[in-house]
Write a protein that binds this ligand. Structure first.
Ligand code: SF4
Ligand code: SF4
Length: 167
């Protein structure tokens, strides 16, 4: 992780000082219509990810085991030249909710240079994280509170939305 990147530095400082905004979901949905949330998140998602390349961070791949659903497992197993059963035995475990997730954290497919060795076939959950783009933002409203603790981009997107809301 590039701790000198301004967005990551700011996020790390907020984590250390416990000043990450609380009740973001409640504050964001108060008085805001779905249309505004979709448009504002989509716009801020594009702005923030235009400034922060995930290759500078990789904190999600280092700290959260992604859900690997059935189509993901079939696709990745094929890419690796394994049977689905062999792939599941080697790489998958069940979490406390009974979901199939990557067995190891940091993810076994994460390289030292922060690249993903199965990028083209990575799980849907990896492609969509941190769920801040438009409709995905409102469909996953309940998880933003947790995700801002793992993702500097997510925190900045939501902070920007809260600032816009005040205007
Ligand atoms: S599969 Fe790739 S994108 Fe997903 S957590 Fe692992 S390294 Fe990251
Ligand atoms: S999605 Fe968030 S946590 Fe994951 S690499 Fe990108 S900025 Fe970091």
């Amino acid at each position: 992780m590039n701790e000198n990147h301004p967005l990551i530095k700011d996020w790390l400082n907020k984590l250390k000082s416990h000043t990450i905004t609380k009740s973001i979901t409640k504050r964001l949905t108060r008085g805001n219509q779905t249309k505004w949330l979709v448009e504002a998140s989509s716009k801020q998602h594009a702005i923030v990810f235009g400034k922060l390349d995930c290759l500078e961070c990789a904190n999600c791949c280092s700290t959260i085991p992604p859900i690997v659903n059935k189509p993901d497992r079939k696709r990745i197993a094929k890419y690796l030249g394994l049977s689905v059963k062999a792939f599941e035995q080697d790489y998958i475990s069940l979490d406390e909710d009974g979901d199939s997730v990557m067995k190891t954290v940091p993810c076994v497919f994460l390289g030292k240079d922060n690249t993903c060795s199965i990028y083209e076939v990575r799980p849907k959950a990896c492609r969509q994280f941190p769920h801040t783009d438009g409709y995905d933002f409102i469909e996953q409203l309940s998880i933003h509170e947790q995700n801002v603790k793992h993702c500097p981009a997510s925190l900045r997107i939501i902070t920007n939305m809260l600032e816009l809301q005040k205007k």
